[in-house]
Design a protein around this ligand. Structure first.
Ligand code: ATP
Ligand code: SKM
Ligand code: MG
Length: 173
């Protein structure tokens, strides 16, 4: 079994965008846990949060992660909160190489302000919310990461190239 490559990081880090670019570059299939979840439920993420709460969303997310871990090797864009559950962290580490995409609060705010499909940021002060999320999750992203990539000054294509290069170094060394 070849391991998958998991992209983790907060909302707006670029997991979906960079994941697709990396998949094209490395000629591997791409899958996004948020997309799978939406396709399976026929509902968008805010709707799932409304109906089942964050806990319901996390349960579904975990099930999808478990299935993907048992499947073929993919580039996998994860949901920003996938690291919150310990069982998910164990799966990520066991079944893949994990890339933590980092960006600062200003970048995350700007990148997430373009659409409103992130229920956790539907608050009066999204900047503060992002800061709280980073404080809680930063150690968890670090805990699972094989590679940490700062994307602040990189375009998505530059980030994709850099991550692929660093993965290649990791695998050869
Ligand atoms: N390195 C980058 N430089 C500039 N813009 C970026 C970069 N990475 C992503 N973006 C832009 O930021 C927005 C959010 O990116 P994306 O959806 O890939 O984030 P995500 O990590 O998948 O977030 P989520 O956890 O909410 O799914 C997109 O409009 C994307 O084009
Ligand atoms: O950071 C998070 O908790 C989330 C990130 C998105 O990818 C989605 O999974 C959802 O909006 C929750
Ligand atoms: Mg995404």
């Amino acid at each position: 079994m070849t391991r998958s490559i998991f992209l983790v990081g907060p909302m707006g880090a670029g997991k979906s965008t960079i994941g697709k670019l990396m998949a094209a570059q490395l000629q591997l299939p791409f899958v996004d846990t948020d997309k799978v979840l939406e396709e399976r439920t026929g509902a968008d993420i805010p709707w799932i949060f409304d109906v089942e709460g964050e806990a319901g969303f996390r349960r579904r997310e975990s099930e999808i992660l478990e299935e993907l871990c048992r499947g073929d090797s993919h580039i996998i864009g994860t949901g920003g909160g996938i690291v919150l559950l310990e069982e998910n962290r164990r799966q990520l580490q066991k079944y893949g190489y994990v890339v933590y995409l980092q960006a600062n609060i200003d970048q995350l705010l700007e990148r997430t302000s373009k659409n409103s499909n992130r229920p956790l940021l539907r608050v009066p002060n999204p900047r503060q919310r992002i800061a709280e999320i980073l404080q809680e999750r930063e150690p968890l992203y670090r805990e699972v990461a094989d590679i940490i990539c700062d994307t602040n000054d990189l375009s998505p294509k530059q980030a994709s190239l850099l991550v692929a290069e660093r993965l290649s170094n990791l695998l050869s060394g």
